[in-house]
Design a protein around this ligand. Sequence first.
Ligand SMILES: [Zn+2]
Length: 280
Amino acid sequence: MSGVWPGETQCVVMLGFDVDGPSAMIRRNAEVERMPSARSMGEFGPRVAVPRILELLHEYDVPASFYVPGWVAERWPEAVTSIAAAGHEVGHHGYLHEAPASLSRETEAEVLDRGSAILQAITGQPPEGYRSPSWELSEHSLALLAERGFLYDSSLMGDDAPYAVSASEDGAVLVEVPVHWSLDDAPAFAFNPAVGRLDPMSTPEDMYVTWLGAFEELYARGRAFTLTMHPWVIGRAGRLRMLERLIRTIRGYPRVEWARTVDVARDFAVREGLPVPQRR
Ligand SMILES: [Zn+2]
């Protein structure tokens, strides 16, 4: 079969969790800080759902990548510690979930440095991967990431397997591990009146069918199956069970590699001989 992966690998599966907690809803509507009900729905993520997700990943021996806003890491450092202790990746996801396109270049740089410093203080390592809040990069984002020695970004949608993106005019390159809204739990499930999200929620069964259908085609084509999930969303009853069922089904396919995004990005950079930035 054809595909982009070396050796016997037919498809790479990357499970990603954006640990937004209430940060994204507060960023969208500052009033949420004073709305205990809405806020608690987000707090369920780092407090209740992350431990359940870690249990699930442990049970099936599956690695994953978690992207944590600095604001969330400050409030739930034990969530970050337990993610790192289990061997999963801790990536950058802004401070208070600021979409880069909404910031000046200077503020965007400050947010990047602040978020990195907070994660490094907890895990002992600076994050190598970045997933932008709301998947809205600014025209400066890639250059700012390259200047700071990030290995990869995961916010673009230009392919369904890793690719190289030019980050600046001086030749800096980043690995892009692309995403898509169809492989994200939020559009299907994130009902939240406090920020005006009133669309009907999908059923776990519908999500299972959609995601398995995507996996089957990506598998046949030898691409990457990259899921973006949010603990406060996917961690709710019925949905986590659906994710478990999906993991079990995909495990029945031969030559599937489960990987942290940082490892996929590093292997890609080495294979392609990319002049990726060096960590400063
Ligand atoms: Zn997010």
